[in-house]
Ligand binder design. Structure first.
Ligand code: DQA
Length: 145
C-alpha cells in the first residue's frame, strides 16, 4: 500500500501568482497543486492537497488526518508565526510532519523568523519555492518507506 501524505496550505496561498510575485513567484495556486500531485505520482505517493484561509479549518483537517494519513506536509503561511492551535493539533495527532515555506522566512521580517510549527515539525524547508514541497515528500518517503 502506498504512503499517504496530506499537504496543507494556509491563508493567502490560494492567491499565488497574484500576491507579491517578487516574493512568491508568478505561478498560480493551481499550478502548485498540479506540481505537488505530479511529483507525488512519480514517487508513487498517495497525496491530498488542501488549502484554507481559516485557522480552525486547518486544525480540523490536521485532526482528521489521524488514522488516515501517514505524514503531513504543512505550509501554515501566516499562521506559522501565530498559531498555538495548529501546533497543538500537530502534537495531538503525532504524525511525522515537514514544514515548508516558499520564501525564506529567515531572511524577511523579524516576525517571520518565529515559527510555532517548527516546535513540532521534524524538518523545515524554506526559500525553495515549489521545489520545497517535492523535497518534503521525498524526505518523508525516504523516512517512512
Ligand atoms: C509563507 C511565509 C509566511 O511568512 C507568509 O505569511 C505566507 C507564506 C511562505 O510560503 O513563504 O503566507 O509561509
Amino acid at each position: 500500500m502506498s504512503l499517504k501524505i496530506l499537504v496543507l496550505n494556509g491563508p493567502n496561498l490560494n492567491m499565488l501568482g497574484i500576491r507579491e510575485p517578487a516574493i512568491y513567484g508568478s505561478n498560480s495556486y493551481s499550478a502548485l497543486v498540479e506540481y505537488i500531485k505530479n511529483h507525488a505520482k512519480a514517487s508513487e505517493i498517495d497525496v491530498t492537497v488542501a488549502q484554507s484561509n481559516h485557522e480552525g479549518e486547518l486544525v480540523t483537517m490536521i485532526q482528521q488526518a489521524l488514522n488516515v494519513y501517514d505524514a503531513i506536509v504543512i505550509n501554515a503561511a501566516a499562521y506559522t508565526h501565530t498559531s498555538v492551535a495548529i501546533l497543538d493539533a500537530l502534537k495531538a495527532v503525532g504524525l511525522p510532519t515537514v514544514e515548508v515555506h516558499l520564501s525564506d522566512i529567515n531572511a524577511r521580517d523579524e516576525f517571520r523568523k518565529w515559527s510555532y510549527v517548527s516546535l513540532y515539525a521534524e524538518k523545515v524547508i524554506c526559500g525553495k519555492g515549489f521545489l520545497g514541497y517535492a523535497e518534503a515528500i521525498d524526505y518523508l518517503k525516504e523516512k517512512l518507506n
